[in-house]
Design a protein around this ligand. Structure first.
Ligand code: SF4
Ligand code: MG
Length: 336
C-alpha cells in the first residue's frame, strides 16, 4: 500500500549572511539529500548526534520552512510545494511532539482548552458534548485522570506534561506523529513510561511514527526500522534487529558500541571516534565520515558512497561493501 510518508532527496541548505545587509557567503548543508519512507502504522527512528540534521528533516516534513530541493509526499500527495492555504487538512494528519513539554504548552490555558483547541481548529467535534467526550477520551488514552482537565500546565510534572503534549497531538486524529527528542529531557524512569505509552498508542491507533532521537538505547525499545544520519545524510537504514545485530556502516558500529548492554560480560568494545563532527558548512569530500572512520581507505577521500542494499531491507553508504568479504570488517554478523 501507499506509504504514509515518503521523503525523496530532501535538501535544506541554510544561507549564511555576512551581516545584516551582507550577501550570502555560504551555506549550512543541514540536510543534503535524504530519502526514506514510512509505512502506515510503522515507526522509523532517525538517529544521529546533535547537529546531524535530523531535527531539520522533521521540521521540513512539517513545513515549518520551505525546503531547498526534493519532495515530501504524505499518503501519495506531494505537500512540500502545496500552497499554505490548502496544506491545512494535510497538516492535521501529521502532528508533532517536541522535547520540551515546559515550553510547548501555553501556561495560560487549562488542559481542557489545550486539548479542545486542535479539535475545534480542525472541526472534528459534532457539538459541545462530542468535544467534551473527545477531551475525556484523550485523557484516558494518555493515562491521565479525567478530572485533571481543569488544571493548569504548571501543576503537572515533566512526564505528565509530555502526556498532555501527546494527547494534544492525538486530538487532531493524525496518521503520523513526529517525536523530536520527545523523551530526551525526562528522567530515566519517566522516559521508560513515556516510551511505553507511545508504543501502546501506536499499536492501539495504528499510528505511524517518525521518532527522532540521539539515544540508540531508547530507540531499540521503540522502533521497527532505524535510519542513521551523519552530517546531513543517511548513512544506514535497516530493520531494528538487523541494525543492532550487524551494523553495515562504521558510524553506526561506533554509535552502537556506546550503548550499554543489559547482561554484564556481554559488553561491546567501545569504539572512540577521533576528532569532532566536521562543520556542515564545508563537509569533507568523498565519504563525509572519512575524517573519523577507523576503516577509511584511499577511495573514501575521493568518491562519495551511495546508499545501497547490502542485504534484504538493509542499506548502507560505505565503500567497504565493494571489497571482498575477507577485507570487509562489516561483512557478516557482528562480532563474528
Ligand atoms: Fe569509512 Fe570509507 Fe565506509 Fe566512509 S566509505 S564509512 S570512510 S570505510
Ligand atoms: Mg535536534
Amino acid at each position: 500500500s501507499t506509504p504514509i510518508l515518503e521523503v525523496n532527496d530532501l535538501k535544506k541548505h541554510f544561507p549564511i549572511r555576512a551581516g545584516f545587509f551582507g550577501g550570502t557567503t555560504g551555506y549550512v548543508y543541514a540536510v543534503d539529500g535524504v530519502s526514506f519512507s514510512i509505512a502506515k502504522g510503522e515507526t522509523l527512528s532517525l538517529v544521529g548526534e546533535s547537529g546531524c540534521g535530523k531535527s531539520t528533516v522533521g521540521k521540513a516534513i512539517l513545513r515549518l520552512f520551505d525546503i531547498t530541493a526534493g519532495q515530501v509526499v504524505l499518503d501519495g500527495q506531494r505537500i512540500d510545494d502545496m500552497p499554505y492555504g490548502t496544506l491545512r487538512p494535510m497538516r492535521r494528519r501529521m502532528q508533532v511532539v517536541f522535547q520540551d513539554p515546559f515550553s510547548s504548552l501555553n501556561p495560560r490555558m487549562r488542559v481542557r482548552d489545550l486539548l479542545a483547541e486542535p479539535i475545534r481548529n480542525f472541526g472534528l467535534a459534532k457539538d459541545s458534548a462530542d468535544l467534551e467526550r473527545r477531551v475525556g477520551d484523550l485523557m484516558d488514552r494518555v493515562r491521565l485522570p479525567r478530572d485533571a482537565v481543569n488544571r493548569w500546565p504548571h501543576e503537572f510534572s515533566g512526564g505528565q506534561r509530555q502526556r498532555i503534549c501527546i494527547a494534544r497531538a492525538l486530538a487532531a486524529e493524525p496518521d503520523l506523529i513526529i517525536c523530536d527528542e520527545a523523551v530526551s529531557a525526562l528522567d530515566v524512569s519517566v522516559k521508560a513510561q513515556i516510551v511505553n505509552l507511545l508504543q501502546d498508542l501506536q499499536k492501539e491507533l495504528g499510528l505511524a511514527m517518525l521518532f527522532i532521537s540521539h539515544d540508540l538505547a531508547i530507540v531499540e525499545h521503540m522502533t521497527h526500522r532505524v535510519a542513521v544520519m551523519y552530517l546531513g545524510k543517511i548513512v544506514e537504514v535497516a530493520p531494528k534487529r538487523q541494525l543492532f545485530a550487524a551494523p553495515k556502516h562504521p558510524y553506526t558500529e561506533a554509535l552502537l558500541s556506546a550503548v550499554p548492554v543489559p547482561e554484564p560480560g556481554a559488553a561491546r568494545e567501545r569504539i572512540i571516534l577521533k576528532g569532532d563532527v566536521p562543520s556542515p558548512i564545508k563537509p569533507p569530500k568523498g565519504c563525509r565520515f572519512h575524517t573519523r572512520c577507523p576503516y577509511a581507505f584511499d577511495r573514501c577521500r575521493q568518491d562519495e558512497p551511495q546508499l545501497r542494499q547490502t542485504e534484504d531491507g538493509h542499506f548502507a553508504a560505505c565503500h567497504l561493501h565493494d571489497l571482498p568479504a575477507a577485507d570487509n570488517p562489516l561483512a557478516g554478523a557482528r562480532g563474528a
